[in-house]
Design a protein around this ligand. Structure first.
Ligand code: G3I
Length: 460
């Protein structure tokens, strides 16, 4: 906060001037976040997240600030919640629900019945139909009951179709036929009547054989009185395959069946390396998908499948592809982020996290295979920083082997340094210097971008 004197007229007495009223005003008017912009349009804007990421303070800060809904990326799946028959484990899901509640975020439950991340005791159990049906009902009932009242939507059934629109030959379909879908939905409704129940799939975003199959399924479930409230369109898109056609019309035809629709796992990957042309096409697609959702009154929200390239599932599954999310690996917003803000009706300026910083990076000494680095962080803002995490990426193969004056960690090229107990508070104008030893080969190029608590720092 900055204290500014109110304009005072010259006719005021000297005594009054001495007693001039000061009103606190924010140093910068905070821009609304993606979540706030979506909320102003009656929607949510969410992100997936996963438990291992929750130890990354800058990541958690942006997750908590920018999004008003969370989907656990793995924590509520069958292999996490019932790894052995009848033995349920909710620790990971509970951790994410607790974080969401602390942040005032909604939770999309993901997912109760899916062919993947299904423990082998289910997929290879060879159960007769009656027993498998009871296993499925027990799983759905137990998990949905545990989270009763805490989950806004459940992806009750995930990915029931093949790309050609035939039913996927999962153990559930091959043993029970398509009746497993209605059974799962009924069990979920009975366990948590307040949660909206969804079926969720990928490659159903535009109009085509697979979305036609989903459409026919939902129509038939509705006509039989099976509880179904929504359809999730995952939105795993790729620049090299083109933007699916008729996304808005597709969402609308489902809405016209009397269900809600949501974009549940949006990411837009590209063949690496990213360049400005690809990032700008990606930004345009994020905008197009968002506008398609906003144009359909029953499209209730959008979720990105994690928000930063640092934690995307894509490079692990599609080698050579990635850069799919609105924030880069250093948690800096990309053109897609600005495009999302504009599509949601906001300005393009990122919200001011109330922080301003300067970083000076020095190679103190260097030898063939290693070097010692020092980083001075200065709080150039007007308020104290209480607890900080510095993030940057090495341009080469440098690896931190030892660090001091901060808790150092490194994943791939991305380095994080969290304050030590004694230098967590940086008063306005204060600096602290932290250091590390690292290995390297070839040119020991210096990092060029640094962020503190998710806000970019200047170099100096
Ligand atoms: O937990 C183990 C760890 O113990 C082990 O050391 C490590 C070694 O590979 O694997 C870890 O499990 C990984 C798990 O994520 C948790 O991180 C699995 O290998 C990995 O396959 C799994 O990937 C998940 C993927 O679903 C599985 O299909 C992704 O994180 C998750 O983002 C992704 O999400 C799916 C949605 O649920 C459905 N729609 C598609 C979407 C993307 O594939």
């Amino acid at each position: 906060m900055t204290l500014l004197p109110l304009a005072l007229g010259s006719r005021l007495s000297a005594a009054l001037i001495v007693a001039a009223v000061f009103v606190p005003v924010p140093a910068h008017a905070a821009e609304p976040t993606l979540g706030e912009l979506a909320a102003a349009k009656g929607r949510y804007f969410g992100s997936a997240t996963d438990n291992p990421e929750l130890s990354d303070a800058p990541y958690v800060a942006t997750l908590g600030r920018e999004f008003n809904a969370i989907t656990p990326g793995n924590a509520m799946k069958w292999d996490a919640t019932e790894p052995q028959r009848g033995q349920f484990s909710f620790a990971k899901g509970d951790e994410i629900v607790a974080l969401a509640q602390k942040n005032g975020q909604k939770v999309r439950g993901h997912t109760l019945v899916w062919h993947s991340q299904l423990p082998s005791w289910v997929s290879n159990g060879g159960f007769p139909a009656a027993e498998l049906r009871s296993i499925l009902q027990n799983h759905v009932t137990t998990v949905a009951s545990h989270y009763k009242g805490q989950v806004m939507h459940w992806d009750v059934v995930n990915e029931p179709f093949n790309d050609d629109g035939t039913f996927r030959d999962s153990v559930f379909y091959s043993t029970l036929g398509q009746s497993y879908i209605a059974d799962a939905l009924r069990a979920a409704r009975a366990a948590d009547p307040g949660a909206k129940l969804y079926i969720n799939d990928y490659n159903t975003d535009g109009i085509g054989a697979k979305s036609d199959a989903m459409y026919n399924l939902v129509k038939s479930l509705k006509s039989q009185g099976v509880p179904i409230d929504g359809v999730g369109f995952q939105g795993h898109l790729a620049l090299q395959y083109g933007l699916p056609s008729q996304v808005q019309q597709n969402l609308q035809r489902f809405a016209d069946l009397g269900v809600d629709v949501a974009i549940t796992e949006l990411d837009i990957r590209m063949v690496l390396p990213a360049d400005s042309a690809k990032l700008s096409t990606q930004a345009a697609w994020y905008s197009d998908v968002t506008k398609a959702c906003l144009a359909v009154s029953r499209c209730v929200g959008i979720t990105v499948w994690d928000y930063t390239d640092k934690y995307s599932w894509i490079p692990g599954v599609f080698p050579g592809q990635g850069a799919a999310l609105p924030y880069d690996e250093n948690l800096a917003p990309k053109p897609a982020y600005a495009a999302l803000r504009t599509a949601l009706g906001g300005g393009t300026t990122p919200p001011d996290p109330g922080l301003s910083c300067k970083v000076s990076y020095k190679v103190v000494s260097q030898w063939n295979t290693g070097f010692t680095g020092s980083v001075t962080v200065t709080n150039t803002g007007s308020a104290a920083i209480n607890g900080w995490s510095l993030a940057f990426s090495f341009p080469g193969d440098q690896k931190v082997t030892q660090g001091w004056s901060a808790e150092w960690s490194q994943t791939g090229a991305a380095v994080a340094a969290k304050n030590a107990s004694w230098n967590g508070t940086l008063a306005a104008g204060a600096s602290t210097t932290i250091g590390f030893n690292a290995t390297h080969s070839g040119i020991n190029a210096v990092p060029t971008a640094f962020s503190l608590n998710g806000g970019n720092c200047s170099l100096g």
